[in-house]
Write a protein that binds this ligand. Sequence first.
Ligand code: PEP
Ligand code: MG
Length: 585
Amino acid sequence: MRKGVPISPGVVVARAYCVDEALARREPLRLEEAALSAEVSRFDTALSAAGKELDGLANQVRRQLGDDEAAIFRGQRLLLRDPSLITKVKTAILEKRIDASSALHEALEEYAALFAQIHDPYLKERMADVRDVISRLVAKLAANPSHGECLTCDEPVVLVATEVLPSQAMAFRRLKIAGIVTETGGPTGHAAILARSLGIPSIAGLAGVCREVATGDLLAVDGRQGHVHIRPDPETEAAYRKLQREYFDLRDRLVIENRAHQAVTRDGAQVELLANVNGPADAEMAVRTGATGVGLYRTEYLFLTHATVPSEEEQLAEYKAVIEAAPCKRVTIRTLDLGGDKVVPYMGERREANPFMGWRSIRLTTAYPEFFQTQLRAILRAGLYGEIRILFPMVTTLEEVHNLKELLEGTKAKLRRDGIPFADKMPVGIMLEVPAAALCVGALLPEVDFVSIGSNDLTQYLMAADRDNPKVAHLCEPFSPPVLRLLRHVLKVCGRHGKPVTLCGEMAGRPRCFLPLFGMGLRQLSMSPAFVPTIKELVRNSTVDIARKVARRALRLTTFHDVRNFLTRATRRVCPNVSLLDTRN
Ligand code: PEP
Ligand code: MG
């Protein structure tokens, strides 16, 4: 049995699907003489499709970001026309009778060997462009597969990978994923958030698992404990299948039983349970699980899954689709939060030593005001279709709040001049996820209508522990006494100012975090839709008095272990069955 970091609860027994194996170079397909010319034209089609895509990217990036940023795509476009690359691939297809993807992989290996001998760091970096261009071509070929090349999977599988990038996670949606097991990643990384929002049991931090498992191996996965059995014996398999049934029965029962109930405590206190969504499908799920609105719409997924910058109209259509699907058409739309582990190609290649603390999120706003104005216009216009609030992420200083509001007012003025209708009175909020902003929240509150606590980033910055790194996952924990103290400070100050406050980090959906948060005065939580029924069950079994006592006691404890153990016991006492639905870390 292997033990990793529990990421998303649930138990599953299914066969493995090794992503790296599938994406890695497979044996070349040997082609018949008659198929060769068709394969060459398939390569030509991929060349022209990739060329068009790069032209579009270069134009759009130039318009929205500037000439320097577009240069990278113009350079890649030139590489696509490189006669030596084209000849190399076509010769391999015709002479070695192999498929175009394999020919491209061979070419990539040759280039890699060549670049390895170069010492100039600038030229060495150009290898990244070659790799990028070749993967674009391979992707185009995969989109138009030749016979025998299609990688599909009909039965539910456990995805096994080194890491799952947010953009890949979206692409994996076409597989029937029953579980996810990765070598890297932490509990609040964005791949983890996606796994949770899809209700998929998931474990990270299993170093070497990709070498130990092959596609088709049976795996028994417990996402609550972080346990994986590779090729389990029949007794273990049977025990896990039973756990799987019990887990999903309980979860489904809570969904059905709690959907129609209000989230009200035994003594009548109302709690608002909202959903975090990435797009219309999640918003539909929020309705099914009984959320009363969307508390966090992460708009960056639209950008991550688009080959080019989405236009104002494309954004408006997507925001409208989310609003139409959301419970009561209530949606808090967060402006773009790119950077950290969420990168898009059209922002240019920006390697930074500390991307989470670097040039990201609203810090990009001042550099690209036009780019952000497009999003603000789309959000303001979408405001006509529901009860919409706008939320700015990663705010650190009061000056930033002033700048953002100025940008918003400027955008409104422009819409007015253009005669385009929009929601003029849209409430404006900021995320509290940088400790500096959380500490000085009193100075920021008069400027905004509401705040939303981003406990994922707040924890990683406060504890100086990367949310994506399994080696420091024990530090990046909401049960840590400093995190609870900072949250108490924020909730107290917001209460004094009478400003609405939501918590939308992953701790909102963790059963053992509910009592201390509620006891400290929090009344609005936003979480992955899958967790709404569980947290509602807890709300309906709690009282204000119990929660206050739990919060007071938890705040007096001084170690992470003491807090966690105390909250495990306290939660079990209030509601014994929900602890079965939680991760054990
Ligand atoms: C957070 O940081 O808690 C948050 C909700 O934002 P994200 O997870 O998208 O960074
Ligand atoms: Mg955040």
